[in-house]
Design a protein around this ligand. Structure first.
Ligand SMILES: Cc1ncc(COP(=O)(O)O)c(C=O)c1O
Length: 424
């Protein structure tokens, strides 16, 4: 079946709100390579948006899920649970940088965020939640409210839940310093909500959809101090940054800060829909039995995959590999930047979460979303799946599987360069 025929069929039966970036229909994928319905091969620099950190179709994940499938696929964790959910909770609470941690498992990232907020509100008895502009936390109603990017995530979808406040994210490239962001928080406490009415502050350690901006050094410690002072729960949304992506198991570990709660999804089960909330026992145990859950929560297939993922990350040293991969990517992008400094304003990365910021005339204030759009389309034509992001839609982000063979990494970088030259 041809890609364009499938795209036409999809257009006739699918609501347009759930679009696709490329009219490319995947037929098969192995590690960092995807083949489409027409047999064309692509290097994958997206990993299903940071999901297959362990590569497509990792044999150990496939085997673990097949074995679970032969036993049973669903009983509902709230009815008759199973051994692998207990084992996964034991392992995740042991590796989380949180003392005396407890976990729950859901299905999607948005659900993990929803539950983190539910838990924080019960634990504190307070309504307020503070998030950051440019942040992305999912597409459910509460998560849309937390998200700090209007188009396409919020436009027309309101009203959102009350008691959500935003302050600027400290994106230094955009001229927003840590001091400015903290001053905005201080101002918010004076002008909008008293701190003892705030249940939680939620932040991504590196903004994902917002543009791959890492929090400046020391910022999370400052937030930690502020949260401790006012009894506010600090939630780290590690849905995109977690699971070895940034060179540590969790990105917050770069800061040495202990969060109260972390939300996890994407990379935790190699593509099987399972997510988690992990946090301090006293907070996590606040909701009463039955208050948290979901029919498909903690799918046994996801748990089987999740256990295999943890083994692979350790056996294949994926944290170290993320750092090495990121270094190679940053070096490749910096070579391109040296040739085109007027169009590539910044190259940044934390481990294998790497991005370049496209601008015009060497002016950081002039975002170049048109180039980002043209580049991702051209790259796809030349055999590379490449994503953009950013509040200004001008950032190219690279999220390769952490298991990518370096020859494929180089091949992808070469295609990116060729596509870039063809677009300018
Ligand atoms: C930081 C962050 N939080 C939450 C989400 C929402 O996850 P999901 O799409 O699985 O609901 C995402 C998805 O991109 C994300 O990157």
């Amino acid at each position: 079946m041809k890609n364009h025929e499938l795209q036409e069929r999809k257009g006739r039966v699918f609501a347009r709100g759930m679009g696709n970036m490329f009219p490319i229909y995947a037929a098969r994928a192995v590690n960092a390579e995807i083949w489409d319905e027409e047999g064309k091969r692509y290097i994958d620099f997206a990993a299903g948006i940071a999901v297959v950190n362990t590569g497509h179709s990792h044999p150990e994940i496939v085997a673990a899920v097949k074995q679970q499938l032969d036993a049973f696929s669903h009983t509902c964790v709230m009815v008759t649970p199973y051994a692998n959910v207990v084992e996964l909770a034991e392992k995740i609470t042991a590796i989380a940088p949180i003392e005396d941690a407890r976990a729950i498992f859901l299905s999607t990232g948005a659900e993990a965020v929803e539950n983190a907020i539910k838990i924080a509100r019960v634990a504190t008895g307070r309504p307020g939640v503070i998030a950051f502009s440019g942040g992305f936390h999912g597409r459910t109603n509460l998560c849309m409210g937390l998200t700090g990017k209007v188009v396409p995530y919020k436009k027309g979808f309101g009203p959102f839940t009350p008691e959500i406040y935003h302050v600027p994210f400290p994106a230094e490239y955009l001229g927003i310093s840590a001091e400015l962001s903290l001053a905005a928080l201080d101002q918010l406490f004076k002008s909008d909500i008293q701190p003892d009415r705030v249940a939680a502050i939620i932040i991504e350690p590196v903004q994902g959809e917002g543009g791959f901006y890492p929090v400046p050094e020391g910022f999370l410690s400052k937030l930690r101090e502020l949260c401790d002072k006012h009894g506010i729960i600090l939630i780290l949304d590690e849905i995109q940054t977690g699971y070895a992506r940034t060179g540590r198991m969790f990105a917050v570990e770069h800061s040495g800060v202990e969060p109260d709660i972390m939300t996890l999804a994407k990379g935790i089960a190699g593509g099987f829909p399972i997510s988690a909330v992990v946090g301090k026992a006293a907070i996590m145990n606040a909701p009463e039995p039955g208050g948290l859950g979901g029919t498909y929560a903690a799918s046994p297939l996801g748990c089987a995959a999740g256990l295999a993922v943890l083994d692979i990350i350790e056996k294949e040293s994926l944290c170290e590999r993320a750092t090495e991969t990121g270094n190679r990517l940053v070096a490749g992008l910096r070579r391109l930047q040296a040739k085109h400094p007027e169009l590539i304003g910044d190259v940044r990365g934390l481990g294998a979460m790497v991005a370049m910021e496209l601008i015009s005339s060497g002016d950081a204030g002039q975002a170049n979303p048109a180039l980002a759009k043209a580049l991702t389309a051209k790259a796809a034509e030349l055999g590379l799946i490449l994503l953009s992001c950013g509040v200004r839609s001008n950032v190219i982000r690279i999220l390769v599987p952490l298991t990518i063979e370096f020859k494929h990494l180089e091949e992808g970088l070469n295609i990116l360069e060729e596509a870039f030259e063809a677009c300018i």
